[in-house]
Design a protein around this ligand. Structure first.
Ligand SMILES: [Zn+2]
Length: 67
């Protein structure tokens, strides 16, 4: 076990999985990693899981208001 990775964090925090990811997209000023993005596009909009994605995005958007 090594903890040296902690000082090497690059990328941004995904609003869906809350993990630091290097690759992803920006949606409504929020960052979504490629994994979650793929997951999202494969999820039907009527699926409860999709609602979870939307809620996470809303939360992220609400907490990212710059004045
Ligand atoms: Zn993610």
């Amino acid at each position: 076990m090594t903890y040296s990775q902690q000082s090497e964090i690059i990328g941004e925090t995904c609003v869906i999985c809350d993990k630091q990811k290097e690759k992803g997209i920006h949606l409504y000023s929020s960052f979504i990693c490629t994994d979650c993005e793929k997951d999202m596009v494969q999820t039907d909009t009527s699926d409860r899981k999709y609602q979870y994605f939307v809620e996470q995005l809303k939360k992220a958007a609400a907490s990212k208001i710059y004045s």
